[in-house]
Design a protein. Sequence first.
Lengths: 417, 596
Amino acid sequence: MAQVGIREYDAKVMRYRFCDTPYQWFLYEWEDDDTQEKLKKLAYKLRSTGIQRRVVKPDQLFGKRWKHGLLGIWLTVDECIAWIHTKNGSIQTIDARQWILHTFLVEPHIAHEEELYISFETQRTSDRLYFSTQWWVEIESVWDSVVNIDIPLTHQIIEEWLIEKLTKNLPDITVSLLTPFIGLLVQFVRTHWITYLEVNPLVMNNDVLHCLDMVAKVDTTEFWKQTKHWSDLTFVKPFGNVSHFLEDIIDELDRKSYASVQFRIMNPDGRIGLLLGWWGASVVVMDKLAEMGLIDEVINYGDLSWNPSYGDNKAYIEWVIKLMLWNNHQKQYLCYMWWIANFTKIDVLCRAYIDALTPYIDQLRSKNIHCVIRRGWPGDTVWLSQVQAFLTKNEIPHLIADGDEYLTTVLENIAFK
Amino acid sequence: MFTSSSSCIVYGTHLGIVQNMLDYDFLAWRSPSVKAVFSPQWWWKSYKVFYGAQEMMIPSIGSWNEIAQFDTVDTLINLASYRTCTAINYEAIESWFFKAIFTIAEWVPERETRELLTYTNKTQIQMFGPSVVGALIAWVYRISHTWWSLENIIKSRLYTSWSIGLVSKSWWMMWELMRVCAMQTDGIHTAFQVWGDRYPMTTFQDIIQYFQDTDWVKMIVLLWEVWNTDELVIAEMVASWKITKPIVAWCIWQSAETMKTDVQFGHAWATANHDEEKATYKNAFMKSKWVHVPESYDLLGAVINTVFESLEIWTPIARSVEIDQDIQNKLNVIATRRPTRFTSSISDERGEELLYNWKSISYHIADASIARVIGHLWLKRELPDYWVQFINTIMILLADHGPAVSGATNTIITARAGKDLVSSVVSWLLTIWSKFGGAIDGAASHFFEAVLEWVQAQDFVDTMKKKKILIPGIGHKVKSKFNPDVRCQIIDQIASTFPTEATKHYQFARSVESITLAKKANLILNVDGCIAALLLDLLEDMKFSTKEIKQYIDIWLFNAFFIASRTIGFLWHALDQKRLNEGLYRTSWDDIWYRE
C-alpha cells in the first residue's frame, strides 16, 4: 500500500483522455536491441502531426530537468531526434544517484509568457489545492506565499465557491479561465484516484491553459478498482533504481510465495550480509549499524518473513552467502536478525539455515565469515542450540542471542579490525 | 471505552482468531469475549471452540439485528478482505450496536478510508484501522489476525494488567517492546499497533489521549517511524500539559538520512517528504518538549526503566519473566486439550439414570406422556399441556392411512417378498419426498415465509400460480369441501381453542384455503397443511427465533412428526403381511399399460 509516482506521459494521457482532448505526446523508450529504425519511426510520427517545434525531456520519475540541462526546447523534428540520440543511453547523476537515460517524452512546444503553479495533495478529510502566481522561481523557495484551499471530500466543486476562493488572490480574467479548468482537474484527480498531482508550470496560450509539466502519484491499493482508468498505466521504478539481477530473482521468489521475500542490493562490496525480519525491526538494525558507522558495509537489505517455506529460506540465504563470497574481503559478518516472532516454523528455518550454509562451509571458514544470530521465538532455545552446535562443529565463528537479549546488542560485537 | 465485560462480534468465520482470543480470555481470567461470528453465508451454523479445556459453541449470525440478543457486545472485529471491509464498516456503523470497530484488512484504498473518516466524524464510534495487525487491552481483548504465541504472552506477562500504555507503528517491534517493558517495568496495560496506512481512522494523538484518560495507564511508551509529523503534535500536547503522564519515545529510521541509495525501508509509504518528517528532527523536537527520548534505540530500555522507577509504582509481584503456577496450569490445559468427535444435546446415558434433555427418566415416566418426551428430545422444551395435547393428536392422526398409500404399498410388497422387518420399513422411508410424506415441511416453509413477510393470502396464491408451484398442504385426491377430512376437522377443533393471535400461521393457511376452494372443491387445506401451520404456531409460541424455525424447516423437523407417527402403522403393515403369510406380489398385466 503506497503512493507511487507515475510517468508524466501516463499522467497527461489519462488527463487528456478524461477531458476528451486529443493529445500529441510521444514516448520513446530505448531497449537494448534498439536500432535507428525506432528513431526513424518516431521522426515519421512527429512530422505527420504538422507541429513544427517541440520539447523533449527524459520521463523517468525525476524532476528539475531544466536545472540539470535535460530539457530540449523549441526543437525541430530533426533536432528532437538528434537530442534523443545524444542523451539516449547516457549516464546522468541526479541528486547523487546515477543511472542511464532511456525514456523520453516529446511534446508540442507551447509559447507563453506567464506561468502559474497548481498542485493537489490528499489530506485526511479533504483534497488540498495549492496554487501560486509566482513564476520563474523554484516553488519550494516561495512556499510560504503559496495559497492553499481545502476541498472537503464530500464537497463537489461548485464554480461559485471556487471563484470566491480564487478571487481573493487572482485578477478576474484569470479566475474566469482557471475556475472551469480547476473544476475539471479536481474531477480528474478524484475519479482517477490520483493522490498527488503537480502542474508546474501551468501556462496560458491564446486563452487556453496548458499543463507544461505534470508530476503525479497514485495509490497502488486502488489498482484492483481502477481497471478502467488505469488500463494503460505502466508502473516504472524510480530513477536510479534499476534492479540487480539477484533482486529480480528474489522478486520472482516473492511473487510465487505466500511469504514476504524482499531483497535489495546496497553495496555488493560491503562486509555485512543481512537476513532480516520485516519492517520496524529491520529498520532498527539498520539504525544500529549506521550508529556504529557501518552502514556503508551493508551488502543487502530486505526481509524474509511471514513463515517462508524451507525452499524460499534456503534460496535466499544461499544468495546472500554467494554475494559475500563474490567480494574479496576477509572477515565478514552474516547477520540473521529477527524480532520476537510468533508463528514462523522453527524447524523449517533451522534446517534451511544449516542446509544453506553446509555446501559453503569451507569457503565461509577461509573467508573468515562470522555468523551473528539474534532470534526470539517460541522454542528459540532448541533452534539456537542446534545452530550453535552446527557452527561450533564446523569451526565457524559465531555470536548468538535469544529473545531475552536486546535486539541490537549482539551487533556491538561486529568489528573489522 | 473497554471494560472486562466488553465483548465482540467477529466478522468472518476465522475460528483460529476466535480461539486465540478465547485462550487469552482464559489466561486473563475473564469471560469469553467473543459472542458470535458474523457470516451471512453460514448464518445457521454454530462452531465448536474451547474456553480453557471446556468446549463451547459460538453461534453464527447473518444479520445485524441479531446482535440485540447479546447484551454486552460493543465491539466489531472486522476481518473482511480489503475489497469488502469498508462496506461492512458502513453497515456496522448504521446498526448502532457498536462503540468500537477494528478493521484488520490491509490494502484498503486510501480514498475509502478518507470517506469513511468523513462519515464517522459525525458518530461516536471509535474506528481503529485499517491494517490493525494487533491490539491488546489487558483483561479485555487480544486482537490479531496472526497467531500470538502463548509463550510470548506469558513471557511478557500480557495476561494481566499493568501500567504501560504502548503504541508502536511496527507490529513486530511491538513484541520486542512488550518484552522490554516486561523486563524494565511492571508490564503492559494496553498496546496498540498503529497502522501502516497513511490515514488511520484513529490517529496517534487519539491513542495517546486515550492513555492519558485511562487511570490504569501510568506511563506511555511509543515507537514511531519517519514520515508525517504526529510526534511533533504529541510533543506540543506534552508541552502544553494536555498530556501529563510521562512519555518515552523513539522514532526509528535515522539511518535513512545517512544512506546514499534509495532503498525503501519499513512501511511502503514511509518516506520523509520534508525535514520535519525525518527521524532525527522528530527525536530532537520531542526531547525539547520534555518527552523522554534516549540517545539511541539501545538505550530505550534503560530510559523506560528510569522513568518507571521515578513513578514509584507498587507492583504486587516481582518483575520477572518466571511463570507462576496458575498460569502454568492453564498453559498445560491448553496444550493437552483434545476436541471431541461428536456433539449430543438431547440425552445423556452416562449417569445413574438416563437423562432426556437433562431430566431423568423417572421424571418423564411420572408424566407418562410420549408427546411431552418428544417436546424434550426434539425441541428441548417443557411443552405446556395444550401443545402436548396437539402433538398427541397428530401422532394418532398420522399413525396410519390404510394400505393403499404409496409408502404402505411399498412396505407390503417388500414384506411379501420375504424381506425382514427393518428392510420393509426402510422401503417406505425411502418413498418420502414432496409428493408423499414430505408435504408438511413444504407447507411449513411457504406458510412461514409468507407470514414473516406479511404477504396477503391472495398475493400468496397468485405468486405460487405464477411460479407454477402447487401449494404444499393444499389439495387432496379423495377428500373435498363436500367430503371433508375428519382429521382436519379434529385439528380445527383444537386450533379453535387457541387465541387467534397465537395461531397466525393457521389463520393464514385457512385464508389460503378459502381462496383455493373457490377454484376447486378438492383444494382443501389437507392434514399436512393443518399440521404444518399449527406446528409453526407452536414454535413461535415456545419463543423459537426466526433463524431457529428456518433451520428446523431445513432439517425436516416437521416431516419428522410424520415419519415417527407413520412408522407405527407401517411396522404393523409389514408384520401383518408376514402374519397373514402373504406370498410374493406381482402386478397384474391388466394394471399395466404397455406402450411405446
